[in-house]
Design a protein around this ligand. Structure first.
Ligand code: BG6
Length: 517
């Protein structure tokens, strides 16, 4: 019998109802801050323009400075004009959104401000549509998260009963600064907002290419049989940034690369690469699998942690080719700071699938290239044929998943050069830009829609966050026991310190060089 549909449907919509947003009041705390201007309002503008934010939605900015609604709207418009993927702003689309943006002045710890907010919510023309539905967005400094949640509750604006409901809270990262503070923060938030109403942001999860990791792994049959210790030699995860700390010296110096990037973005990528197939696509099932991955990463002893990690700071660029100061000369960075701007870590995921397969993670600022990539290296073929002749020159098969920029997936394999008895690396390419010639939504657009619809898959659950802190805390404790007077440096515009190359060289491997496929 022949198969009438040998190749199946071309497209398959997973959950057509999932993206239906109900009219909601969106309240942004920290409304005059950078995040609101650079990410949240641009995302709301795009959603409104695409018709995905119903007319009954209204936006309330809450911040300390006195401002009228029209001044607030003008500030947001000016900021929007600066956002590269939005410029030029469509006047018509902006005015449609601006008409439902309001400003409420108040201190974050002042109950009278929250009373004003409650009155404005009730008096807004859109209130007949959004009714009880409110999405609070904590875009403030993290030190205020607990206070704001408490004040919201005191003003009678928190969810009325336990369980999911129409009052939700988005919390920006960083979620705590270590395991103890993350637990304490969850406890503080849970007093007013049950876990089902909390949406902890890790914006990497909103990136299309990151979401695709699940679809790619479990929507195809050809990779999954190979996705284990029998066929995979090791995995590299790189988040490289070209810029330095810019104007965030104060925050960054108190934080460092391990807490700013590794604890959240890199661990989330690791989980999506390493997790088992979930029982379903429901949020809980996916979170459970991610937590299992993190639980399988043992907390190594300090001596082992020091041997399998590298930390460094960017130094001065004598050539003037890279546009940064030495880290220690950056504004609002302590001159004797030991904060790392680069971290590399070799991790073991000690479970049935991954035992013996090292995961190498690295991230740094002021590097040569700006890219995020996952490289899956496969084991070499048996050395009976070509490898006997080519030795180590026989390149390993590698699946390169480029998260950003030039988003795509590339398979690197060996092929014969025509006319010569020589083997050379060849590749097969998939580019989002070419295969899906359509707009790649910004992470915050997707995350806002999901929080508005109560879909929590792309947010982090408390136990994921806690396990990631357990590991980062152990790493940082080992570093602090080391009592170094200064950190190794690397040249801005390089790919990091020599120690990071040695970390892999000791295992007979090397970091995959950047290639603009
Ligand atoms: C943030 C970090 O979470 O992610 C920043 O605080 C970093 O330091 C940024 O620059 C990187 O995000 P993206 O989306 O530009 O890769």
């Amino acid at each position: 019998m022949t198969d009438a549909f040998p190749s199946g449907p071309e497209t398959c919509e997973l959950s057509p109802a999932a993206a239906k947003v109900e009219p909601t009041a969106i309240v942004i705390f920290g409304a005059t801050g950078d995040l609101t201007r650079r990410k949240i309002v641009p995302a709301l503008y795009q959603l409104s323009r695409q018709g995905r934010l119903p007319d009954g939605c209204a936006i309330f900015g809450y911040a300390r400075r006195p401002k009228r609604d029209d001044e607030f709207r003008a500030d947001l418009l000016a900021a929007l004009e600066e956002v590269p993927h939005i410029r030029p702003v469509s006047r018509e689309a902006w005015e449609k959104l601006a008409a439902r943006i309001y400003y409420v002045q108040g201190d974050l710890d002042d109950p009278s401000g929250y009373a004003r907010l409650r009155d404005r919510l009730a008096a807004a023309p859109e209130a007949v549509h959004f009714g009880e539905r409110v999405l609070f967005y904590l875009a403030t400094a993290p030190g205020f998260f607990g206070t704001v949640a408490e004040q919201i509750a005191r003003a009678g604006l928190a969810p009325k009963a336990s369980g999911p409901g129409p009052r939700r809270l988005i919390v920006e990262k960083p979620f705590g600064e270590d395991l103890a503070s993350a637990r304490e923060l969850s406890r503080a938030l849970h007093r007013s907002f049950p876990e089902e109403t909390l949406f902890r942001i890790d914006h990497y999860l909103g990136k299309e290419t990151v979401q695709n990791l699940l679809y790619f792994r479990f929507g195809n049959s050809i990779y999954e049989p190979l996705w284990n210790r029998r066929y995979i030699d090791h995995v590299q995860i790189t988040v490289a940034e070209r810029l330095g700390v810019e104007n965030r010296g104060e925050y960054y110096d108190a934080t460092g690369a391990a807490r700013d990037m590794l604890q959240n973005h890199l661990f989330q990528l690791l989980c999506l690469v390493a997790m088992e197939p979930p029982a379903s696509l429901e949020a809980g099932a996916i979170h459970d699998e991610k937590v299992k991955v993190l639980r399988s990463i043992p907390t190594p002893a300090s001596s082992e942690l020091l041997a399998c990690s590298v930390r460094a700071q960017y130094g001065a660029d004598e050539t003037g080719a890279h546009p940064v100061h030495a880290y220690l000369q950056e504004p609002r960075v302590k001159p004797d700071s030991l904060t790392e701007t680069y971290v590399a870590w070799r991790l073991d995921v000690d479970n049935w699938r991954w035992s013996g397969v090292p995961f190498y993670l690295r991230t740094g600022k002021a590097l040569a290239q700006q890219f995020t990539e996952i490289d899956i290296f496969f084991r070499p073929p048996p050395s009976v044929l070509f490898a006997a002749v080519c030795g180590m020159r026989l390149g390993r098969n590698c699946l390169r998943i480029r998260i950003q920029p030039n988003e795509g997936i590339h398979l690197l394999f060996n092929a014969k050069i025509p006319g010569l008895p020589v083997i050379q690396r060849a590749s097969m390419h998939f580019h989002y830009r070419e295969d899906f010639a359509r707009y790649l939504p910004e992470a915050y657009e997707r995350l806002l829609v999901d929080a508005l619809t109560g879909e929590s898959t792309l947010f982090t659950r408390h136990d994921e966050v806690e396990h990631a802190w357990r590991l980062v805390d152990a790493l940082r404790a080992a570093w602090s026991e080391e009592k170094r007077g200064e950190l190794p440096t690397y040249k801005p515009g390089s790919m990091g310190p020599a120690e990071a190359e040695e970390l892999l060289a000791r295992d007979g491997r090397r970091w995959q060089p950047f290639q603009y496929d």
